[in-house]
Every structure is written in structure tokens, then in C-alpha cells.
Write a protein that binds this ligand. Structure first.
Ligand SMILES: *Cc1c(COP(=O)(O)O)cnc(C)c1O
Length: 460
């Protein structure tokens, strides 16, 4: 596409480093066997490049660390709370702020405040903790994302868009009174970090206003979403990320936020709302679940680091490098003919394990196998997103998802371009010996969220 693209080079230099362990193949074999061939069970110190998740794994800046020393650890009315409130009002535009220990704390609050048992909550694809809290509050989640989001080969530029016909059909079927709000993920994590367009969000807002349905933004990666809008949506090329983020939020009534993603911190989140009544109730509830409404389960220093993270994450140079790094790896893999999900998402590259290891049946766990092999190859840790993650249905049968994916997720500001090159070389080397790879057998299966603790054995 763009042959003249400028470099995404890191807009920072390194002042403090964390040493990582280089392991031998023998050491990795032993570590993997001990972990039951499940990358979640590996010890972090046995991992060379850790691409398990981008959640809370970010590197903070000197400016953020300096802010940590300015933590006002008062039980009530910490000045860091007011700094965070100011930053959220300025960049996200909501009136009222309730800090929470991380994103799911905010999801719990908004679900309890707005959902009554028997309600329906549509969304552009589910997210695990979001849906779990909606269900705990007595609601039923309904997926209204466009069909393209479920197709790994579709090149649709905004695979996070809502299908307005699906939303209208739900309104017609259950009635708007049973739909307190729609959740809008931006970007959509489980679709592979795919963005929603502002044109689509405006249309969703208009339809919802007509029916008295609120819009709750999952703003966890809304800054990354803003970058995609700037790059892809007509009329936004000359707008700043701050302007786009502000406009995105203006089409919603509230936002839940996991600061562990966009905001360059290791812990933290918030609920932000415009409606005083919702704020008042959430502020009441947070005392039960998180802590007083001016700290919400966070230390003052954590709130300061997050306030400062907002200012840094919204910078063009930062976001260009952040997403540029993910695209750098994705484009190299595409050039090598290695099957990945497209378009390349904001926070991760997904290897298509079914296409990578076509000789494996789905119950020989192609994605689990590929993640294990990648670790053996070079000590790189990734995550399975396939039949193991999908779990079993109510009848006790395996859910058989269409996709068997291995997620390579990029922590922000942590790894260098040379690490990226090692990653690409490792995947390439695996790909060249893919025919020699055998599958796995599950030998221990926990009852809930089995992917975290399941154990496997090689078939051969
Ligand atoms: C991580 C995440 C959450 C939950 O946030 P936590 O901080 O992990 O509790 C919610 N939504 C999305 C899209 C996420 O990626």
C-alpha cells in the first residue's frame, strides 16, 4: 500500500533496563514440560520476549515515575485524584470520575447501576469481563457487530462497526425499555484490535437517542482507535488524536476504562459519566467494592501515574510508534507468506494456526501447539485463542470456534525493533519446519476458564 511510509522509530531513549534471561533449548524443554505445555503456566523468568498480553505490562516513563513520588496517600481527597479528574475531563470529556482498581471494577459499577434482571445489553462483540458483569447483574449480552468481524480474511477497515440492522432487530424484538445501554468497544479486543469508525458510532448514537438507549464506551483502547480513524476515515487525516478521542467520547454517556492498556500504567482504571444520578449511585457503590470514591482501590501514586499516562499516550509520536511496531511485525510476516489475521490490529498480531498447521485436527489443539512450539523455538511467550479458550457448552461438549489463533500481544514501550526481528525470524523458522509439528493431548482440564490452567502432553 504505502511504499513511502516513514519509520515508526521509538520516540524515547532507554534510561533504566530490566535484564532478561536467555535460555537454552534444553532449559525451555524442561520449563515447557513443567508448565504442561500451557504458556500461562510458564514462569515469567523463563520467558525471553513476553507477548502474552498488553495489559499492565507497559513501561512507564521517567515523568510517570516522578509522579509516583508525588503520591498523596491521604485516605480522602488525594490531590492525585483531582489531577486524574482534570486529565479525564480534558481528554475524554466526561464530567464525573470514579476511579477503580482496573477496568472490571468500572464494569461492575455501571452494570449494577444500569442493568435490571431480564434486560438485554447489545455490544460490538463481547469482552470476557464486560459480559460477565452484565450477566451477573441479570442482563443478557447480544452481539451486534458486523459479520466481517468474524471473518479473518475480510479486509474491512472498520471491523469493529455495529451492524445497525442487528441493533434495530433487537430493539424490535425485545423493546427499547429492556435495553438500558449498548456497549461500544473501541477498538474491539476479541475481533483482533479492530477499530470502529466515527461515522458508524454517530449512527449508533442517533438510533440509540431515538429509543432512549444509553451508549457506554469501553474506552480501554479508544486512543488506539483514534489513531485508526485518523489513518483510515475520510475527513480525519488532519485532526489530532486528542480531537478524535474527544469526539469519540462525545457520542457516549459514560465510559469504562482499563488504564492497563492505553494509559501506560501497570494498574488502574476508571468509570467516567456525564449524568449526575448515575455518578451518585456509582460513587455510592464504589465504596463497597473498591474503596472511597476519591481512590477507588488505587494508591494516590497510581492515580498520578495514570493521569500522566493520559498526556503521554495521546501524543502522535507515541501512538505512531506503538501501532507502527505491531504493523512492522505483521507486515514482515505477511511478506513471508505466514498466515495472520488481517487487517493487522492495534495491539496484537494473530497467527492463523489452522492455516499454519493444517495437519492438526482441532482437538489436537493447533493454536495451543503453535504457542508451545514458539516458546520452544526461542523463548517467546504468546497466548492461545482457539478451542481451549472457547471452553465447553452447557451440554459439556467443546465449543469449536471457527478460529484457531495465536496472539502475539505487544506491551507498550517495552521491546525494541531488534526484539521484533527475533520474533519474525522465530516464526519464520517454525513455519519452515511446520510439517514436523505434532499436536497435543489435554490431560488436565479445570472447570472454569480452562485456558488459564489446563495441562497438555505431546501426542508424539
Ligand atoms: C482488559 C480489558 C477490560 C478489562 O479491564 P481489566 O483492567 O483487565 O479489568 C475490558 N475491556 C477490554 C476491551 C479490555 O481489553
Amino acid at each position: 500500500m504505502s511504499s513511502k511510509k516513514r519509520s515508526w522509530a521509538e520516540p524515547y531513549k532507554i534510561k533504566s533496563v530490566e535484564l532478561i534471561k536467555m535460555t537454552t533449548l534444553e532449559q525451555r524443554k524442561a520449563a515447557l514440560a513443567e508448565a504442561g505445555y500451557n504458556t500461562f503456566l510458564l514462569k515469567s523468568e523463563d520467558v525471553y520476549i513476553d507477548l502474552l498480553t498488553d495489559s499492565g505490562t507497559n513501561a512507564m516513563s521517567d515523568y510517570q515515575w516522578a509522579g509516583m513520588m508525588l503520591g498523596d496517600e491521604a485516605y480522602a481527597g488525594s490531590k492525585n485524584y483531582y489531577n486524574l479528574e482534570k486529565a479525564v475531563q480534558k481528554y475524554y470529556g466526561y464530567k464525573y470520575l470514579v476511579p477503580t482498581h482496573q477496568g472490571r471494577g468500572a464494569e461492575n459499577l455501571i452494570s449494577r447501576v444500569l442493568i435490571k434482571p431480564g434486560d438485554f445489553v447489545p455490544g460490538n462483540m463481547y469482552f470476557t469481563t464486560t459480559r460477565a458483569h452484565q450477566e451477573l447483574a441479570g442482563g443478557t449480552f447480544v452481539d451486534v457487530i458486523i459479520d466481517e468481524a468474524h471473518d479473518p480474511s475480510s479486509l474491512h477497515p472498520f471491523k469493529g462497526n455495529v451492524d445497525l440492522n442487528k441493533l434495530q432487530a433487537l430493539i424490535d424484538k425485545v423493546g427499547a425499555k429492556k435495553i438500558p445501554y449498548i456497549t461500544i468497544g473501541a477498538t474491539v479486543n476479541l475481533a483482533g484490535g479492530q477499530p470502529i469508525s466515527l461515522e458508524n458510532l454517530r449512527a449508533v448514537r442517533a438510533l440509540c437517542l431515538k429509543h432512549g438507549i444509553k451508549v457506554v464506551l469501553d474506552a480501554t483502547r479508544a486512543m488506539e482507535n483514534a489513531y485508526f480513524i485518523q489513518q483510515r476515515e475520510k475527513g480525519y487525516a488532519d485532526k489530532s488524536l486528542a480531537e478524535i478521542l474527544f469526539e469519540t467520547c462525545s457520542y457516549s454517556d459514560a465510559a469504562t476504562m482499563s488504564g492497563k492498556k492505553d494509559l501506560l500504567v501497570n494498574i488502574g482504571g476508571f468509570l467516567a459519566v456525564n449524568d449526575w444520578d448515575i455518578f451518585e449511585e456509582a460513587r455510592n457503590l464504589v465504596v463497597l467494592f473498591e474503596g472511597l470514591h476519591t481512590y477507588g482501590g488505587l494508591a494516590g501514586r497510581d492515580m498520578e501515574a495514570m493521569a500522566r499516562g493520559i498526556e503521554e499516550a495521546i501524543q502522535q509520536d507515541h501512538m505512531q510508534a506503538r501501532i507502527g511496531q505491531v504493523e512492522y511485525v505483521g507486515e514482515k510476516l505477511i511478506e513471508l507468506g505466514i498466515p495472520i489475521v488481517r487487517p493487522i490490529g492495534g495491539h496484537a498480531v494473530f497467527l492463523d494456526a489452522k492455516a499454519f498447521l493444517p495437519q492438526l485436527k482441532q482437538l489436537e489443539f493447533p493454536a495451543q501447539t503453535l504457542a508451545a512450539e514458539l516458546y520452544l523455538e526461542s523463548g517467546i511467550r504468546s497466548m492461545e485463542r482457539g478451542v481451549v479458550s472457547a471452553g465447553r457448552n452447557k451440554a459439556g461438549e467443546h465449543n469449536m470456534p471457527k478460529l484457531e489463533l495465536v496472539r502475539l500481544t505487544f506491551p507498550r514501550r517495552v521491546y525494541t525493533q531488534a526484539h521484533c526481528d527475533v520474533l519474525v525470524e522465530s516464526v519464520e523458522s517454525l513455519y519452515s519446519r511446520r510439517h514436523e509439528i505434532h499436536g497435543l493431548k489435554m490431560i488436565y482440564e479445570p472447570k472454569y476458564l480452562r485456558f488459564f490452567q489446563a495441562r497438555f502432553e505431546p501426542l508424539k
